[in-house]
Design a protein around this ligand. Structure first.
Ligand code: G3H
Ligand code: 13P
Ligand code: ZN
Length: 285
C-alpha cells in the first residue's frame, strides 16, 4: 500500500531504525525492491531520478510502481519518491504525475540560493500535500571528485546552518553530508560521526543518508544510533543487477529474455534484503 513518506520516516526515527530508499530504473528492479520488502515485512521507499524519467517515461514507471505496490504488496507500507530533483521543473513534473514525496536538491548552489529555492518549492509542494527532502552540504559523486585527498570540510553539513535551513524552509526531511559520497569508492575515510550527532541533537526532522551503499554494517548501525532514519541505495543495486545479468549471459543457449532478466532481478533482491536487514526495518511493516 502507498503511504506518506514523512510519516514512515518519523516512525523510523521514533523506532530507531532506518528505511531503505532504493533507486529503481525498470520493472525488474522495482519488483526486486518490493518483493524483498514484502518477504521481510519491511516498509520501503522506491525512488527514481530525472534520468529514469527520461529512460522509462516518468508517468509509465510511476504507475508501474504504484500498481505493484497496491496490488502485490497490500500490507507493506511503500513510498514513491523523486530522488535528486535538481530544478523546479522536474519537481513540478513529478507532482503532476502523482508523486507525493520529492527531493529538491539545491546542494550545488550557494547556501543563500539553496535556502531561497528550497523555501519556495516547499511552499508550493506543501500546498499540494507533497513532502520535501532537501540537501545541505554536498554529497559528491564518484567521477565528480578525486578519490583521494578530498577536502571533506568543503562538502560537509554545517550544524548551525542545518538548524536555520530546516526552520526557515519548513522541509520535511534533510539529507546530510558527513563524508558520504555517491558511488563505490576504493578509499573511504571515517565519517564525521560527531557532526552527525550535533546535527541530530538540534534538527528534529528525519535525517537521510545518501551515498553510503558501500558502507559496512558497523558504520550503518553507528549512524542509525546517531539519528539517521533513511538510507538511499542505488550503486549497490546496480552492481547486483549487472552481476546477475553477466552470470545469466554466460549461458549462450538462453534466448528467453525473461529468464535472463529474472536472474538479474533475483540477485538485486538479495542485495535489497541485505540492506533491509542492516537497516533494522525488517518486521516493521
Ligand atoms: O544519487 C543518485 C543516484 O545515484 C542515481 O543517479 O539516476 O541520476 O544516474 P542517476
Ligand atoms: P549510492 O551511490 O551509495 O548507492 O547512493 C545512492 C544515493 O544517494 C541516491 O540518491
Ligand atoms: Zn543521492
Amino acid at each position: 500500500m502507498l503511504v506518506n513518506v514523512k510519516t514512515m520516516l518519523e516512525e523510523a526515527k521514533e523506532g530507531k531504525y532506518a528505511v531503505g530508499a532504493f533507486n529503481t530504473v525498470n520493472l525488474e528492479t522495482t519488483r526486486a525492491i518490493i518483493e524483498a520488502a514484502k518477504e521481510l515485512s519491511s516498509p520501503v521507499i522506491v525512488q527514481l531520478t530525472e534520468k529514469t524519467f527520461d529512460y522509462a517515461g516518468g508517468r509509465a514507471i510511476f504507475h508501474l510502481i504504484k500498481n505493484i505496490a497496491e496490488f502485490y504488496a497490500k500490507d507493506i507500507p511503500i513510498g514513491i519518491h523523486l530522488d535528486h530533483g535538481k530544478n523546479f521543473e522536474i519537481v513540478e513534473r513529478a507532482m503532476d504525475i502523482g508523486f507525493t514525496s520529492v527531493m529538491y536538491d539545491g546542494s550545488r548552489k550557494e547556501y543563500a540560493d539553496n535556502l531561497a529555492a528550497t523555501k519556495k518549492i516547499v511552499k508550493i509542494a506543501h500546498g499540494r500535500g507533497v513532502v520535501v527532502q532537501a540537501e545541505l552540504g554536498n554529497v559528491p559523486y564518484l567521477g565528480e571528485v578525486q578519490m583521494e585527498n578530498i577536502d571533506w570540510e568543503k562538502y560537509m553539513t554545517n550544524p548551525d546552518q542545518a538548524v536555520q535551513f530546516t526552520e526557515e524552509t519548513g522541509i520535511d526531511t534533510l539529507a546530510v553530508a558527513i563524508g558520504n559520497a555517491h558511488g563505490f569508492f576504493r578509499e573511504r575515510g571515517e565519517p564525521d560521526y560527531e557532526r552527525l550527532s550535533s546535527i541530530a541533537e538540534r534538527v528534529h526532522i528525519p535525517l537521510v543518508m545518501h551515498g553510503a551503499s558501500d558502507w559496512h554494517n558497523g558504520r550503518v548501525v553507528e549512524v542509525i544510533g546517531r539519528g539517521i532514519s533513511c538510507f538511499n541505495v542505488d550503486t549497490a543495486l546496480r552492481m547486483a543487477f549487472i552481476g546477475g545479468l553477466r552470470g545469466a549471459l554466460l549461458s549462450e543457449e538462453e534466448t528467453d529474455l525473461r529468464k535472463i532478466l529474472t536472474q538479474a532481478k533475483e540477485r538485486t533482491k538479495v542485495a535489497v534484503k541485505e540492506k533491509i536487514l542492516a537497516f533494522g526495518s525488517a518486521g516493521k511493516a
